[in-house]
Design a protein. Structure first.
Length: 470
């Protein structure tokens, strides 16, 4: 049966009425053995990857084959969407979106959407299959009660492996479906003027490759929503501008100078403009990594002046993190060559740790900061907010500048709340005071429950108070 649909693609023809009747009369052959056949599932992915996929899928649906072969499509068969955003039924919306992806790949919209065309030309054939499969599934849970973005996840987990996608590819498909409205929503926010929004966008996207895939899906999905099968020029420009804005930022995360993709990288360099040293660390992500890095630096008689932590995913789907940490010595100057060499060795040792380690704050830096802060009242504040971003929690901590403050906060939260992960961290310190901003998520990718706010604030408060006693 699948060969019949593949043939109408290769021959640019349609099924004969007698072939249509034969398929309809033998749909009972699409049984469990048929659904689990690797050859059948691989052939379907070939059909989905063909430029003529939209027509073939629509023919499958009209005959009734698609609903038998992918049972979730029986739930959304001719399912209307009663909102102003969608002019088509859910299944038809999927078909049109997939058609737009292939037209984009062929250059049909190169003048209309040049950044989207640039993004899709940088996708491999396998990447395109991942994007098409995400488009094929992204709204399939709309017939089920509750939020369809959450309900689609088990559907993907079931169908991804069945259709030959690796665990990493299935995770990417899940991420694409979860985030398929992310760029559309973020493009409406003032990301140029709000560093928090800007950082959250880059932390969510993680890499240029994921940006390319999500941008293509977002634009083609949006084009498939309206009756004109075109995206409003102003909305398209917003998305194109956001893509242009994000791409160089993500490149700087994954490709710093001197870094070879897939290798652990540690570098200490002088930043003359900041009169400080910048430590760059790129390594596979693991629990307690940021806590151990900041502890290692504080132990080596350095004051942390700023931290930027950006997670990303390499081409093999492995999660990495790029950390840039601005530090000074006890005199407030860039660290010397001997200390830098010692620091690199210490960081490499810290990267081997899989546990939360204890570090001793160096005495020289303690004395230096204590002298700077002798007139500062030990006052501080903690602000936890859930309404600044779509799926993360943002924490601001303002406090007197004390040795090991940022490390102590990260360590305490990591220890007290192992279900939380740091997606981004920024620290800005001046003599006497410091402002730390943390963007965190639960391990399943959601916001911190407001029921946890009190416990989380108590943990941070205890961490701050412990440094005030130094």
């Amino acid at each position: 049966m699948l060969h019949a649909f593949r043939n109408i693609q290769s021959r640019q023809s349609d099924l004969h009425y007698s072939a249509i009747a034969q398929i309809r009369n033998n749909l009972d052959m699409v049984d469990d053995a048929f659904l689990s056949s690797p050859d059948a599932n691989a052939l379907f992915i070939d059909i989905l990857s063909d430029p003529d996929a939209e027509r073939a899928l629509r023919r499958m649906q009209k005959i009734g084959f698609l609903q038998k072969f992918v049972p979730v499509y029986d739930e959304i068969d001719s399912l209307m969407q009663f909102n102003a955003s969608h002019a088509y039924t859910v299944d038809e919306h999927h078909f049109i979106a997939i058609g737009h992806i292939h037209k984009m790949r062929q250059g049909s919209y190169a003048l209309e959407a040049p950044q989207t065309y640039d993004a899709i030309t940088h996708l491999s054939d396998r990447d395109l299959q991942v994007v098409c499969f995400a488009a094929f599934l992204h709204d399939t849970a709309k017939a089920r009660p509750g939020k369809h973005i959450q309900n689609v996840l088990p559907i993907i987990q079931e169908l991804g492996p069945r259709f030959g996608f690796s665990p990493q590819e299935t995770e990417t498909i899940t991420w694409l479906c979860e985030q398929h409205m992310f760029l559309y929503n973020q493009a409406r926010l003032p990301y140029h003027d709000d560093p928090t929004i800007d950082r959250n966008i880059c932390a969510t996207l993680e890499s240029v490759k994921k940006l390319n895939m999500l941008h293509v899906l977002t634009v083609c999905d949006s084009m498939a929503a309206g009756s004109k099968r075109r995206l409003d020029p102003l909305k398209l420009k917003r998305l194109e501008d956001l893509y242009t804005h994000c791409k160089p930022k993500l490149r700087s995360i994954v490709l710093p100078e001197g870094y070879k993709l897939g290798e652990v990288f540690v570098q200490v360099a002088k930043d003359s403009a900041a009169n400080a040293s910048v430590i760059t660390v790129i390594s596979p992500d693991k629990p307690f990594l940021l806590s151990n890095l900041t502890g290692c630096i504080s132990e080596n008689e350095c004051d942390i002046r700023g931290v930027s932590a950006h997670p990303f995913t390499d081409d093999n789907g492995q999660k990495w993190v790029s950390d840039k940490i601005t530090v000074t010595n006890s005199a407030g100057l860039p660290i010397g060559k001997n200390v830098a060499s010692k620091m690199v060795d210490s960081i490499h040792r810290a990267l081997t740790l899989d546990m939360l380690a204890d570090f001793t704050i160096a005495s020289k830096i303690s004395a230096q900061i204590a002298e700077q802060n002798q007139v500062i009242e030990p006052d501080h504040y903690i602000d936890i907010q859930n309404d600044l971003t779509e799926d993360t929690t943002v924490i601001d901590v303002g406090a007197p500048n004390r040795p090991g403050l940022l490390h102590t906060i990260i360590k305490t939260v990591s220890n007290d709340h192992p279900d939380l992960t740091f997606q981004f961290c920024h620290a800005h310190s001046e003599p006497g005071s410091v402002l730390d901003t943390f963007i965190i998520q639960t391990r399943d990718g959601g916001k911190v429950s407001e029921d946890q706010f009190s416990h989380l604030e108590n943990s941070i408060n205890a961490a701050v108070l412990s440094t005030l006693n130094i």
